[in-house]
Ligand binder design. Sequence first.
Ligand SMILES: [Zn+2]
Length: 348
Amino acid sequence: MAHFKVHKSILCMYSDIFRDMFGVPTPADMDMHDGVPMVTLPDDARDVKSFLTCLYTPTLDRKISAEGVDVLSPYWRGLLDMATKYFVEPIREFIIRGLEHQYPTNLEAWCKLDEKRQALCTLWANHCSLDLDECYDSMVPDPATAIRFAKEFNIPSILPAAFYDLSTIDPELDWTTVRAETILKPGHTGGHPYSDETLDEDPLFRGERTARWDTLDQADFRRLMSGCEKLGFLDIQNMIVDAAPRGSCHNFRNPEQCQAARVAGARACQAYQLDGTLRFLRMLERYDPEVKAELFPNLCDFCMGNIRLAASRKIKEVWVELPSVFRLGDELSEWGSVERKVLVDLVY
Ligand SMILES: [Zn+2]
């Protein structure tokens, strides 16, 4: 049996449960250990250790980055389990904030995170490494596990972004199966004997993502399927074609040229949408000159501006609707409040 010698005052400071427990006078026949009263907890010794370490490290948020919260690690799981059971709200809050870094609750934070991830993916693509630990899939958290974790510990705020994230991953690519077959190796440095074809066939080398699909339950699968279907129904092609300016187009001598450019661009954009609706709309909104040259080479700047506006509006609409897209219930009434305000401003 593991023993921890701790201060009543510290436990009482953070937890009402302990405060109540120690509020009653110590009975005369109480078990003693090493000269002090002993309380037996039913919890796992490792979890208790994580919990006490955390309570005794008030600067926790500076010592351990919230972004480092890992739902697969027994440390975080044990810590959250104890914090929930003994009502230690600051620890629970800290862990939830950490998870919200990975699955943002507002669009602005999501966009920043997505840009960071795209940069990470590009870095991997340029690196040509065979190191499994460094591949893109190993660097980003798995949303399927996060969904199970959020359900288990009642953290609904991360569900919309986690479901959206999962909707962008190919269901054929399972974490375990892909890792059993990959040519990447943990900690691999140096060269390799593989042909370009062999490398291209490897999803992890190509920079694709996987999920631990078997952690999802049936209800979550249904939510995901219904969400993917609804996102698929978003008619972005028509959004582009219809983004014609009401007033003047810079191509005023030949506005048909801009109309034809919109139709051609809408057709060509399908390939870009494979990376996810939000990322694609973001790309349109941000006006990347390379994308403009590729998708809308003959479109005037004024018409391009209109497409950017339409995309900007659409991305906010999609974000606000994520809980209903994935049928996540009413627990998320505050969801999208910032974006909803912006949409109202756009209307009036
Ligand atoms: Zn135009």
